[in-house]
Design a protein around this ligand. Structure first.
Ligand SMILES: [Zn+2]
Length: 618
């Protein structure tokens, strides 16, 4: 694929030659086998039944289509079993192509020029990658089984036959039949109480891409936070969750002040059981999130700032292909930090920027042999788009926007971003379209800074350019001083640590020598009780340090209760993959890693299982 030389192009723009502007035709998405350009799928009518006994979804997906000039409709499917297909109520014979790695099976349906409606009767396969079926035992309340979906990036096709590309939007209605006493929720207008007959109707009048299709079913309660926001969770978690998220209404209003109206109606959150493999998922109207952010002191609520920000960057303005993923995530991290800063102060946001920078450095180290994967604009042809799901898109992307902000000033940057969200609202966009827009609407007013910005290097170059901005370190300097003095004297002035937030503790621990001497680990544990902490971010880091140091009251046996219970309940990949990696790195901890993984594998989401099977073996 030809890489656009922006450096050259910017100077062309600056001499006002518009003819060099990018061709804005629909980007080629290498991760869908649908033919959305030829046949547009405008609206989905979904009618499904949720069967917990068979662990299966069964039903019918009816697509309202607009056929431009094709004799077949192509949809993405992944292990779906197709029973029958009707085109305008007449049965047709369909064909399923053989499986393409990562992409699944293309479904071919014969259509006529004037065909209007295609109904597909189907059931899900044995191991749909989007679905996690939990037994009652694997939930917090332990009363009923639970089901939830995770469709990003290309997993919607494992539970709905659909055109599964981020550049293809559709509206939907759904009827979902669940067992009596269960609640069902979707990325749509949601119920707030149980349906007596177990049947739920959903309406989503705003067009969204397939990766934002979402469903959760279980023993779920609702609690309002204010008129616009609320929280869903298992009954045993609902009060704690509502308390943790009590400020989210203010957060939505603050986000609007920064970057324009919230356009999705209600903003609700669903706290999932602990097996949820990621931190959060920005499903429209209903953010899905991990319970590991419920720390009891609101210290990890900035994850909600991230998911909320996606309602502008991602859900409103969407990356056209997964190669442009940084447009979703880099913008969202930037927005999240700006939002957090406006709700706290600069010194607090600076800590988040610095921790993000450390994450980026670690990712660059991990990807040392794969420089191509450290570019913002990726080439994921033939690969799983999840290969691009790392801190290049998130942190390098955000840092690039921060670099622009520092050059043009905050006021100009914010005016530009407001314009950007408005101009591309409910549209999809490629990296090249963004760069064109950036030139036309911001950078051409600042010809002097364009050269310094090194945009070409940021977007199409490997690693991070030398002009990378670095946050002020005011609060971390004090943390560094405490760490240095502890390493030298084995003593800590606890007055200095009294006001620390989670982020100061993380920085304190991250920069400790590895392995740390057992006596020092013991001293820290005596002072701060890290082994018993209820804060998942700190616990995970501490357990990794514990394994590296071979420190634990009873090392690496199943009686190591704190770490065992963490790994048995938490399913967030960000936590469990590095911890298992550390356990597998030392002969003394390999046996227990294998034993625990065997015992807990069923508690993890299929996506987490994939990562861990590769590391530990099934
Ligand atoms: Zn995100």
């Amino acid at each position: 694929m030809k890489i656009f030389n922006l450096f050259l192009a910017s100077s062309i723009f600056l001499t006002a030659c518009k003819s060099q502007s990018h061709n804005n035709s629909i980007a080629v998405d290498q991760h869908t086998q649908s033919n959305a350009q030829a046949v547009s799928c405008k609206h989905l009518q979904l009618a499904i039944q949720v069967d917990f006994e068979q662990q299966q979804l069964r039903g019918c997906a009816t697509w309202e289509i607009e056929n431009k000039d094709a004799d077949e409709l192509h949809l993405d499917t992944d292990q779906l079993s197709i029973d029958s297909v009707l085109v305008d109520a007449a049965k047709v014979s369909f064909h399923k192509d053989t499986t393409v790695p990562h992409l699944g099976e293309r479904l071919r349906i014969p259509i006529q020029k004037n065909s209007k409606q295609v109904a597909i009767y189907y059931k899900t396969g044995a191991h749909p990658r989007a679905l996690q079926w939990l037994t009652a035992q694997q939930t917090l309340s332990k009363t009923k089984p639970f089901l939830y979906t995770q469709s990003e990036s290309i997993y919607a096709r494992s539970w709905i036959p659909c055109p599964d590309g981020p550049g293809i939007r559709f509206t939907y209605d759904a009827t979902v039949q669940v067992p009596l006493g269960f609640m069902a929720l979707m990325s749509a207008e949601n119920p707030q109480s149980l349906a007596k007959d177990g049947q739920y109707q959903f309406h989503m009048p705003i067009a969204i891409p397939a990766y934002l299709m979402a469903l959760a079913v279980g023993d779920i309660a609702f609690k309002a936070i204010d008129a616009r926001t609320g929280v869903y969770a298992e009954p045993t978690m609902i009060a704690k969750a509502a308390n943790e998220f009590s400020e989210v209404g203010k957060m939505v209003s603050q986000a609007e002040k920064l970057y324009g109206p919230y356009r999705w109606g209600r903003y609700d959150m669903l706290v999932l059981p602990p097996g949820f493999p990621i931190g959060g998922m920005e499903n429209p109207k209903l953010t899905f999130c991990t319970p590991t952010i419920i720390a009891g002191d609101k210290s990890l609520v900035n994850l909600i700032a991230h998911e909320l920000a996606h309602n502008w960057s991602g859900n409103l303005v969407t990356n056209a292909t997964w190669n442009d993923f940084w447009l979703n995530e880099g913008f969202t991290v930037y927005f999240e930090r700006r939002l957090t800063e406006s709700l706290t102060d600069k010194s607090y946001a600076d800590m988040l920027w610095e921790l993000g920078y450390q994450d980026l450095e670690a990712t660059l180290e991990d990807l040392k042999g794969k420089p191509e994967d450290t570019k913002l604009k990726l080439n994921l042809a033939g690969r799983d788009p999840d290969d691009g799901l790392n801190d290049i898109a998130y942190e390098k992307g955000a840092l690039f926007l921060r670099a622009i902000e520092l050059k043009v000033g905050r006021t100009a940057m914010d005016t530009f971003l407001n314009q950007y969200f408005n101009h591309f609202a409910f549209k999809t966009i490629t990296t090249e379209q963004f760069l064109d827009y950036l030139n036309e609407h911001l950078l051409n007013q600042y010809p002097d800074v364009v050269k310094d910005l090194a945009i070409e290097a940021w977007v199409y170059g490997a690693g991070v350019p030398k002009n990378e901005p670095r946050a002020d370190q005011d609060r971390f300097k004090q943390v560094n001083a405490v760490r240095t003095s502890f390493l030298e004297t084995n003593a800590i002035d606890t007055k200095a640590t009294q006001s620390w937030t989670t982020h100061e503790y993380l920085h304190f621990l991250r920069l400790m020598p590895k392995p740390l001497a057992v006596s020092k680990m013991q001293k820290l544990d005596d002072l701060f009780h890290f082994t018993q902490t209820g804060n998942a971010e700190i616990a995970d880091l501490w357990f990794i340090m514990s394994v590296a140091a071979n420190y634990m009251p009873t090392p690496y046996t199943t009686s190591n209760e704190a770490m065992r219970s963490f790994l048995s309940s938490v399913g967030r990949r960000k936590f469990i993959v590095p911890l298992y990696k550390e356990l597998m790195a030392h002969p003394y901890s390999v046996p227990v890693a294998k034993e625990w993984y065997k015992a807990f594998r069923a508690n993890y989401h299929p996506l987490a299982q994939e990562s861990l099977d590769a590391l530990i073996g099934k």
